[in-house]
Each structure stands twice: as structure tokens, then as C-alpha cells.
Design a protein. Structure first.
Length: 441
């Protein structure tokens, strides 16, 4: 009986971790899938494979081995910074290019993890802050597009769309203001439920995808086709991967502090290797690039339960959910205006995260202000009007037409031009990344 109670307690604690990360896990495929041309059934499968691969990636990080895994109670999920680049790649070069870029960047992250102490000096806060700011600002248009709908489609820019988006948005605001602890950490998930419930009573919820979905399936690698590899797509994902590496390193230190564990350079390398391998696995299973979810770090601190067994149980639960198509299909009933209302604060938090990184920059040096001004200005300008480079040679155009890539490369170049290479210890360069808010990830 005692063993049974222990098993049930472990499962309950693990399920709590699943709930804390569930919204962040499923919102990404709900955003990316339709944006790159997937239908409802494909999006439902994408959610399933995302959940299943989240579990694999997390087990790799938690259990690890001699060469992989930081071996802390960490859950991994899709790097939110990758949403914008994935949508841009999917629209320009197709779904297969998305997965080719994820696989290639994962391999590169695996290699770079060996040299993180040297790589990080090229990405001080003035660079990473500019990159994340560009990504966050570029995504706001996606959120507004979900709210307003497609031109010439039924309900375009309707008052009902605006009402659902506003209800979802206000729900998140109120929950962030008045809820505390665990309930606050799942505010996005709860607000999606509130918005979808309201949409149901307004006749705007379609259950047909749920009805067609089966009860069980096996995940299939390369379901959406063989990956293709394009240099601009790979550059985009590598930049996202490096930013994720830096942020994950900060989260490792934050969680180690909560757990009372001292990390050394080998621990960090194993954790970053696991992150690179998780990206490769995500590309092969045609899911997403995976990174550390920081809201689960907050849950560890909140509950005081620091054993890795709890996260292992969460991994088993989330992998099980990934094998149940009806669970994934149920998520697809969320109407686009509801998603759009939730996206505004989530994408805004990505933008705020970039600004937060920039607050550590010494803006008394006008050179730093110039780096941010030019890189963000170019990045957002190109995102709004990519045709500005339409007459450049194709090899150069494919790189410059991505606002994230062009803005990031300019930030790196200008930082080297004005500031040179200034090495710092990893701990000093990453302390700012261990305090992400629960809305992001």
C-alpha cells in the first residue's frame, strides 16, 4: 500500500509539471502549423509528435549518461524564439526546409557545446538582447493576424473575433494579477479554456477533427517528407540555437541553485549536448527544436520537490499523451481569435525578455545604443518589407530577406566592430537568463 501511495504521489507531482508546461508545448504547433500551410489533421498530429518528443528530449536531459544531460529536474519544450524563424522558413522554402534547418542547427549546437566558453563572447547581451527583441516584435503581427482572420473569409475583422481575443487577453491579465503560485504559472492554459468555452457558446468551436481522430497511434519519423537544407534557413536556426544555449545555461545555474547542486563546465557541456541532440531528434521526428522550459524551474522552487523521479514521471505522462490523437485533436478546437488573444502577452514576453537582456547593456556608450538601433531597425524593417532586397543576387537575397537573420548578423558584426571580443565567464554572462516569466518558454 505504501508503494502504491508513493507511486500515485509521484504521478500527481509529475502531472503538475505537465500542466505547467502544457500550454507552452501545444501553443507552438497551434501557431506554426497553420502558418506554414498545415490542415487541422496535420496540426493535430504535430501536437502529438511535439508532446512525444518533449518527453524524449526531457528524459535525455534528466537521465542523460556519460556524455549527455545536465541531470537536473528539467523539462524541455519548443524554444519559443524559434517560432518566428520556423514560420518564415516554412513560408519561403516549405515544411521540409524547416526540419532540415532544425537537424542541421542541432548538429552545429552539438559541436558548439564543446566551445561554449569561447562562443559566448561573440554573443554579449547587446547582441542576444537585440536578436530576441527582433524575434518578439516580428511575432506580434502573427498574433494580430490570428485575431483579425484572413481577408475575404467569413468573420474577417468581426466584433466576435475581437471579443474572444479580448476575453482571453483580459483573463491572462487578471490571472497574472490575482492568482499566485501554481495557478499563476498555468494562466495561459486556463485563459485558453475560458476563451474556448465562450467560443463554444457562440457556435465558433468545431469538434469534427476530434471526431475523426483515433484513440491511439504510433509516431512516425519523417512523416511530412525528407528534410531539405537551405543555407538561410540553417543560419536562422543556428542563431536561435545559440541564443537558446545561452539562456539554457542561465536556467541550469538557476535550477542548480534551487537544488543545492554545484555545476561545473562538464555539467554545462553535457546539458548543451543534450539540447543539441534534442534538436536533431526533433527534426527527425519532424517536431521542433527543444530547449529548457523555465516555468518548471519555478515549479520546483515553489513545491520544494527536487527529485528527478518526478520529472521522469512527467516525461512518461507527456509521451503517453502524445500517443493519444484525440487529446491532440481536442487542442485544435481552440479558435484562432482565442489563440491570438493569448499570443499577444506571450509574444510580448519574448519581446520583453529581449529588452530585459538589453537593460544589462552599458548605454552610456553610444556605440551600444547604435548597435541596438541599427540591428533592430533593419531586422524589423526587413520583416515588414522583405521585397527591399528583391533585386540582389539570389545567394545574398535569401539571407537578407529574413529580418531575423539580417538583424542578427548586423548586431554581431557591429558588436565586433565597436566592442571587439571581450571574454567573460559563463556564469557572469548568463545570470540574467535564470528568471524567465511563466508566460514565455
Amino acid at each position: 500500500m505504501k508503494n502504491k501511495q508513493g507511486f500515485l504521489k509521484l504521478g500527481a507531482l509529475g502531472f503538475q509539471h505537465v500542466l505547467a508546461m502544457y500550454a507552452g508545448a501545444v501553443v507552438v504547433p497551434l501557431i506554426v502549423g497553420p502558418a506554414i500551410g498545415m490542415n487541422a489533421e496535420q496540426v493535430a498530429y504535430l501536437i502529438s509528435i511535439d508532446l512525444f518528443t518533449c518527453g524524449i528530449a526531457s528524459l535525455l536531459q534528466v537521465m542523460g549518461g556519460k556524455y549527455f544531460g545536465v541531470k537536473l529536474p528539467i523539462l524541455m519544450g519548443c524554444a519559443f524564439q524559434a517560432v518566428g524563424p520556423m514560420i518564415a522558413i516554412g513560408k519561403m522554402q516549405g515544411i521540409t526546409a524547416v526540419y532540415g534547418s532544425i537537424i542541421a542547427s542541432g548538429i552545429i549546437v552539438l559541436i558548439l557545446s564543446q566551445f561554449m566558453n569561447k562562443i559566448i563572447r561573440f554573443f554579449p547581451p547587446v547582441v542576444t538582447g537585440s536578436v530576441v527583441t527582433i524575434i518578439g516584435a516580428s511575432l506580434i503581427g502573427v498574433a494580430m493576424g490570428n485575431i483579425v482572420g484572413q481577408p475575404n473569409s467569413p468573420g474577417y475583422a468581426s466584433s466576435s473575433n475581437l471579443f474572444l481575443a479580448a476575453l482571453t487577453f483580459v483573463s491572462i491579465v487578471l490571472m497574472q494579477r490575482f492568482f499566485t503560485g501554481y495557478l499563476k504559472s498555468i494562466a495561459v492554459l486556463l485563459s485558453l479554456v475560458v476563451g474556448t468555452a465562450a467560443a463554444f457558446f457562440m457556435g465558433m468551436v468545431d469538434f469534427s477533427t476530434v471526431g475523426r481522430a483515433g484513440w491511439f497511434h504510433m509516431v512516425t519519423p519523417l512523416r511530412f517528407g525528407m528534410p531539405t537544407f537551405h543555407i538561410t534557413a540553417i543560419i536562422s536556426m543556428v542563431l536561435v540555437g545559440i541564443v537558446s544555449m545561452i539562456e539554457s545555461t542561465g536556467v541550469f545555474f538557476a535550477l542548480a541553485d534551487v537544488c543545492g547542486k554545484k555545476l561545473d563546465g562538464d555539467d554545462i557541456k553535457r546539458g548543451l549536448r543534450a539540447e543539441g541532440l534534442a534538436q536533431v531528434i526533433g527534426g527527425i521526428f519532424q517536431a521542433f527544436p527543444y530547449s529548457t522550459f523555465s516555468q518548471n524551474v519555478g515549479l520546483v522552487a515553489l513545491t520544494g520537490v527536487k527529485t528527478r523521479k518526478v520529472v521522469v514521471s512527467a516525461c512518461v505522462i507527456i509521451m503517453g499523451l502524445g500517443l493519444l490523437p484525440k487529446v491532440a485533436a481536442l487542442t485544435t478546437i481552440i479558435p484562432n481569435p482565442v489563440l491570438g488573444g493569448a499570443m499577444i502577452p506571450m509574444f510580448g514576453m519574448v519581446l520583453a525578455s529581449g529588452i530585459k537582456q538589453l537593460t544589462t547593456v552599458n548605454f552610456k556608450r553610444l556605440e551600444n545604443m547604435f548597435i541596438v538601433a541599427v540591428s533592430v531597425g533593419v531586422g524589423l524593417g526587413v520583416s515588414v518589407t522583405p521585397a527591399v532586397f528583391a533585386h540582389l543576387p539570389e545567394g545574398l537575397r535569401v539571407i537578407m530577406e529574413s529580418g531575423i537573420v539580417s538583424g542578427s548578423l548586423i548586431a554581431i558584426f557591429l558588436n565586433l566592430l565597436f566592442n571587439g571580443v571581450k571574454g567573460q565567464r559563463i556564469e557572469e554572462n548568463t545570470t540574467m537568463y535564470g528568471e524567465e516569466q511563466s508566460l514565455v518558454s
